[in-house]
Structures are given as C-alpha cells and as structure tokens.
Design a protein around this ligand. Structure first.
Ligand SMILES: [Zn+2]
Length: 465
C-alpha cells in the first residue's frame, strides 16, 4: 500500500505522477534497464514523466489519460490507476479507500466499453450501414500505402506523366478507355475485410492488393497511350474484333484456358491473362513492373509470354515520359462508394442474423425507431423544422449522465460510454428529429438510456434477452 499512498497528485497541478507502477511502465516503454528505485534512475524518470505532460494542461491530460487510457487500453490500466484515484484527495487513507471504488468503476467502464465496442457489434454496425455512410476514405488505409508503392514502381521504370485517378468503389477495375482506377472498399479496414472473407470466401493479402493495383495501372497505361489501337499491340496480343466489345461479361473464360500454354504470363496461378487481350496486357505489365524480379529469366522457357514482356519493356521506354493521350477524368467513374446506398449486408448477400445474437452493444435498431432517417427537404436543404439527432444527444449528455447514473445504479462513466456510443451511431446513420418533438424524444431517450444502464448495473450487460 505505501506505493499507492505516495501516488497522490492533485489533478489541477501541472506535475507528473511517479509511483512504482508508473516507473515500471516508463522503464518498459523507454527500455530503461536499470533499477527504478536507484536515485539517479529515479531523477531521470521524473524528468521523463515531466517531459511527457503537456505544459499548462497536465490536469486535463491526466483526466483524459485516466478516462481513455485507463478505461480503454488494458495494458495501461494497472499502471495508470493511481492517476485516476488521486483526484483531489488530501490523505493517503482516503486515497486507498477511493482507489478500491475507482478500481471497481474502472473495471465496470472497461466492461461497458467492451460490450459497446465488441468486434461482433462493430461488424453488425458495418453490415447494416449503407456503403456510402461507412465513412471510408483511401487516405490513411493500406490502400493508400499500396498506391504509394505502385507510384514508386512507376517512377522507377520511367512512367512519369501518367497520373491515374484512384477512387473507392465495390471492386477493383479500370474505366474502359480512361486511366481511372477503382479500388474495393472491402480493403479499407480489417473488420470489413474479415466480413468479406466470411461471406464472399476471399481476402486479398497486402501483396495481392499491390499486384492488383499494378494490374490496373497496366490497363490505365494501355488506355492512356491508346496502345490497344496500334497494329503491333493487336498482333502481339491477338486482338480479334472490337477491343472493348469482345470483353467477356463473366469469368467463364476459365473453361477455355490452356494450362500448358507458353503464350501467357500466369503470376496468380489463375490464368487471368487468358481472359482477354486487355487482361493479357495488364497481367504482363504487372509481372514486368514488379520490383526485384528478373522477368527474362523467369519466362525464358515461355517464348510467347517473353515476347509480350519485351513489348511492355519497349512501349514503356517509348511512351513513359510522354504526356498521355487520354488524361484521367473525374467525371468518368463508375459506381463510386459515395453513391452506393445499399447496405454492406446486401452487398455481401447476407441478412446479418448471426451477428444480431452476438452483438452486445448494437444500438442502431433502437436509434432508427427513435429518430428519423432523413428530414423533409425544402429548396434543396433539410427543413429548418428538423435537426440532427446526434446534436440533440450531445446537448443533453451533461444533464442526463448524473441523473441516469443515480436512478439506474450504473456508474457515471458507464452512462457516458453509452451516450457517446449513441452520439457516434446517430451521426454515422445520419439520424434526424423534429424540433417540435424535443420533449417527447428527451423522455424516450432518458427511459432508453436508463433501462440499458439498469440492465448493466443488474446483469452486467446492456441488453437482456
Ligand atoms: Zn483487368
């Protein structure tokens, strides 16, 4: 217990806390291998702890750390608990008593957070959300990294003028005749990739995603320099008839592939180059542009495929630094993610029933029955008689928290977690309400939050079957 009583530190003071637990964490995080009890090491740890606190905002930082880190990240839970318990206490005894209460609260909130943000809950939320409301962006995802990696390939081989336009859609592809490339939203994060694997039985590895983008850039290069119109291209890739109109609508090409053919590259083992001359070029381009790969050696026993690789080598040298004949065109995109209003469940052809049983913090259905999907539109704008449900929830949060906590028996932090979740989901689902309904909605909301919090206080879950 002495270690805990020394941990007293007032929130408002601009000073760090350094008890045994914090010292141990700092030693681990900053790889300090000396004994933390040693006076020199301790002095070093104090200055380290001081340097980690934002000047003038230490109290705020500690409160935030306690609430978000202690309550959400289990690794830090034990070590930072003294910060959480030390609020405005004057005696060590009081600290120790409060510590056990706060510890119980912290455990409670961790449990609430686990229920509200369980993997199954998050997956069900994704499944029942329209694709254009998922809020996915290329920026910051692995797709962003993959594009950077392919652009690096392009610079390495001397393709300097072609700037394909990348956008999110429901799959990978290149717009016919334009260097506009769509990327699948199912690779935007781990949860959606897992769902895709569960229901569509495939999941691209990071390397496969990069290869797919290389393949699409192959199409983009072919279209941007109109290679498919040249006599040489048509001869080498055996184009018969109209280049685009002969493209097969299904993947039934697989029935007519020749697995022993020496005319085609086959990097994925799926004979995709045999689908159509368009894909034959794109696959050949993908093999050719891949770094650290000796394509001449790799395909020395396949003369037909080698001829195509040499053609790619030649045309990239010839056109790579020239301005494209067709530039990317933002108006020429097909099914961008922003326009896809079907839910992920419908896209994956599932009804999400399995996740309904497992999702412990799923509030979407209740929010939808409490609020409106969309407001009436007047002169192209949402009617002034309506406002956002998330703004309403946020507005009443401070008022609700202590009262719901008092009557439900749940800790205030638990109520905060639940209301934060409601705010986030109402925002994601774009829920609305009428100004005139405010009183009625407040009663509904208070009853709902109180019921869920009572369930939690009594049964340890928000939803009781
Ligand atoms: Zn293709």
């Amino acid at each position: 217990m002495p270690a805990r009583s020394r941990a007293v530190c007032v929130w408002c003071v601009d000073a760090p806390v350094l008890d045994g637990n914090v010292a141990r964490v700092l030693c681990r995080v900053f790889a300090i291998e000396r004994d933390p009890r040693d006076s020199r090491t301790r002095a070093e740890l104090w200055s380290l702890a001081e340097s980690l606190l934002p000047k003038g905002r230490a109290g705020q930082f500690k409160r935030h750390a306690a609430r978000r880190l202690v309550l959400r990240i289990r690794f830090f839970e034990h070590a930072l608990l003294p910060l959480y318990t030390a609020c405005n206490l004057t005696s060590a005894r009081h600290t120790i008593q409060s510590h056990s209460t706060s510890r119980r609260e912290a455990v409670e909130v961790t449990r609430a957070s686990e229920l509200l943000y369980s993997r199954e809950t998050l997956k069900l939320e994704i499944l029942t959300t329209p694709i254009n409301r998922l809020g996915y962006r290329i920026e910051g995802t692995f797709l962003d990294e993959a594009i950077r990696s392919v652009r690096q390939d392009m610079r390495r081989v001397g393709i300097t003028r072609l700037q394909p336009l990348f956008y999110l859609s429901n799959g990978y592809g290149c717009i016919e005749g334009y260097p506009n490339i769509s990327l699948s939203f199912t690779n935007c994060d781990d949860l959606i990739a897992e769902l895709n694997e569960e229901y569509r039985r495939f999941r691209y590895s990071p390397e496969e995603i990069i290869d797919t983008i290389r393949h699409e850039v192959g199409h983009a290069f072919c279209y941007a320099y109109k290679l498919f119109k040249t006599r040489e291209f048509r001869r080498i890739f055996k184009v018969k008839g109209h280049f685009f109109r002969t493209y097969p609508a299904t993947n039934r090409y697989i029935r007519r592939v020749n697995p022993w053919s020496k005319e085609f590259v086959n990097p994925g083992g799926d004979y995709y180059a045999q689908k159509h001359p368009d894909d034959d070029f794109a696959e050949t381009f993908m093999v050719w542009i891949k770094p650290r790969q000796n394509w001449r050696r790799l395909y020395r026993s396949k003369p037909g495929a080698l001829r195509k690789l040499e053609y790619v080598d030649r045309v990239v040298k010839e056109y790579g630094r020239k301005p494209p004949l067709v530039e990317s065109d933002p108006t020429m995109i097909y099914e961008p993610a922003e326009g896809l209003s079907l839910t992920v469940a419908r896209f994956l052809k599932t009804n999400a029933a399995r996740y309904r049983r497992l999702a412990t913090g799923y509030v979407d259905a209740d929010l939808k029955s409490m609020f409106l999907k969309r407001p009436p539109v007047v002169k192209g704008r949402p009617a002034r008689t309506h406002h956002h449900a998330h703004a309403f929830l946020r507005g009443y949060k401070r008022l609700l928290v202590p009262r719901v906590a008092q009557y439900s028996g749940a800790g205030e932090e638990v109520v905060v977690e639940l209301i934060d979740k409601l705010i986030a989901r109402a925002r994601a689902l774009d829920m609305w309400m009428r100004h005139a309904d405010s009183d009625r909605k407040l009663i509904e909301l208070t009853s709902y939050v109180t019921r869920l919090c009572s369930n939690f206080a009594q049964h340890g879950v928000f939803f009781v079957e």
